[in-house]
Design a protein around this ligand. Structure first.
Ligand code: HEM
Length: 426
């Protein structure tokens, strides 16, 4: 279907359907994303025309039912951004290009080739021993806490929640401990669209390639070896791209841990955990998945493979669909506003849905990691308190991630400990 265009917007021609579109960027999504999505839903219903950064048109799906419909129909809504109809119009320096551009990992493939690669990834993640994983999480958490426990103050985001998932993944991948801090630093830098970020990508991906190349000779329980010995017969290059995707995906756990710690520090309903009531750790983590979903909107999105109708709109072939995971989990159809507690209900969409969702064993690993390191922190620093009033805590200005800027705390200084932990290198 030929689109009609009028010349508005800073980077490109805006289709008529998007002339009154919502801008999906700006401060509203840092201060009150839930309020912003409520307003969009009230004005547009379950699907809204939106402009991404740079005024690039897309569709935001906010309805729970509609997100499940889109993610359950990969034939109609493909995951590969190669199918996007606007690639020729976005300039090479478009800020979202690095997260949307297809790479050689299975996420951007369809059909039997994807099935082969995904089977290897999912089976390998599933084969990671959960007891070893828990011990590795305890060991990493202890080592990280040792670095600040004598100070009596810390930023639990930058000094705890951010490095931990990468340090745990470094162990799962068999990266020697003395190299893991450098690899972690590079992985954190590579998301920045700077020369430094590009160099960090080169070093981090180089390390991952090295692991992939050595994976067949170095037996053990590490993820590279599990991938290499899978009957799917992955090449070294395929192992490297799957590992890279897995490690990047795991970083989402940082925001989850940070937001759950915040909740336990500010909300009486969850603060029991600080005195040893462990049920609250899981409850706080689950609450965050419903109300402060670490991945607010799935940045890769979906791409219509043909003209179709969705939520009362006519979607064009190749149009980009942004999955509004946070908005969908707050859809009054599944979470009426009068019901404040989510209890143990796990039907949120924080881990996505359908074929391209977070693989079940990955979400399980994320749960083990988040629960264990939160418990270790509370064991080690039981009198932890916020160092600033709760209302001074700020969120980063991102429509994609729900991420605190910092989580400053104070506590009674204590001594370092050393507990045994698994290194998973077999
Ligand atoms: C150890 C931690 C984690 C690992 C190893 C992991 C791994 C992955 C992988 C490999 C994919 C791509 C699936 C595919 O292409 O088929 C994925 C997708 C996804 N992950 Fe995770 N993940 C982790 C933690 C998380 C966390 C904490 C969240 C949020 C709470 C999350 C949310 C998602 C979502 C929403 C998708 C799907 C995006 C879409 O539908 O386009 N993941 N994850």
């Amino acid at each position: 279907m030929a689109q009609q265009y009028s010349k508005v917007g800073s980077l490109m021609r805006i289709p008529r359907s998007h002339e009154n579109a919502v801008t999906l960027y700006g401060p509203a999504f840092a201060t009150d994303p839930a309020g912003a999505y409520r307003q969009i839903r009230e004005s547009y219903g379950p699907v809204a025309p939106v402009l991404l950064e740079g005024d690039v048109p897309a569709w935001l799906v906010l309805g729970y039912r509609e997100v499940r419909y889109v993610t359950s129909n990969p034939q109609l809504f493909a995951r590969s951004s190669a199918k996007w109809n606007l690639w020729e119009q976005v300039p090479p320096d478009w800020p979202l290009a690095p997260i949307i551009m297809p790479n050689p990992s299975a996420t951007f493939l369809d059909g039997p080739e994807r099935q082969r690669r995904v089977a290897a990834t999912n089976d390998s993640l599933d084969a990671i021993d959960r007891t070893d994983l828990t011990r590795a999480c305890i060991r990493v958490a202890d080592q990280v806490i040792d670095q600040f426990c004598g100070d009596g103050r810390a930023d639990l985001l930058a000094q705890y929640a951010v490095p931990i998932p990468l340090l745990v993944m470094a162990r799962i991948c068999g990266i020697p401990q003395e190299e893991s801090a450098d690899v972690t630093r590079d992985m954190l830098l590579l998301g920045t669209a700077t020369a430094e970020g590009a160099e960090a990508f080169g070093r981090a991906f180089g390390k991952i390639r090295e692991l992939a190349a050595a994976s067949r000779e170095r037996p053990g329980r590490t993820l590279p070896h599990l991938l290499a010995s899978h009957p799917a017969g992955l090449t070294d290059d395929e192992i490297a791209w799957e590992l890279f995707g897995i490690v990047i995906a795991a970083t989402g756990t940082s925001n989850w841990i940070g937001s759950a710690l915040r909740l336990m520090l500010i909300d009486d309903q969850f603060s029991l955990a600080l005195q040893g009531g462990r049920a609250s750790v899981e409850a706080a983590l689950n609450e965050v998945l419903w109300k402060d979903s670490p991945l607010q909107n799935a940045p890769g999105g979906r791409y219509a493979t043909q003209d179709c109708d969705l939520g009362g709109w006519r979607i064009g072939k190749g149009d980009m669909i942004v999955l509004g995971l946070a908005a969908a989990s707050a859809d009054p159809a599944v979470r009426p506003e009068r019901v404040d507690s989510v209890g143990a209900n796990r039907a949120h969409l924080a881990f996505g849905h359908g074929e391209y969702a977070c693989p079940y064993p990955a979400a399980e690993i994320a749960w083990v990691m988040a629960r264990t390191v939160t418990e270790v922190l509370l064991d080690r620093i039981p009198d932890v308190e916020l160092a600033v009033p709760a209302e001074d805590l700020e969120w980063r200005q991102s429509v994609w991630m729900r991420s605190l800027k910092a989580l400053p705390v104070t506590f009674t200084p204590s001594v370092t400990v050393s507990r045994p932990g698994a290194d998973l290198s077999g």
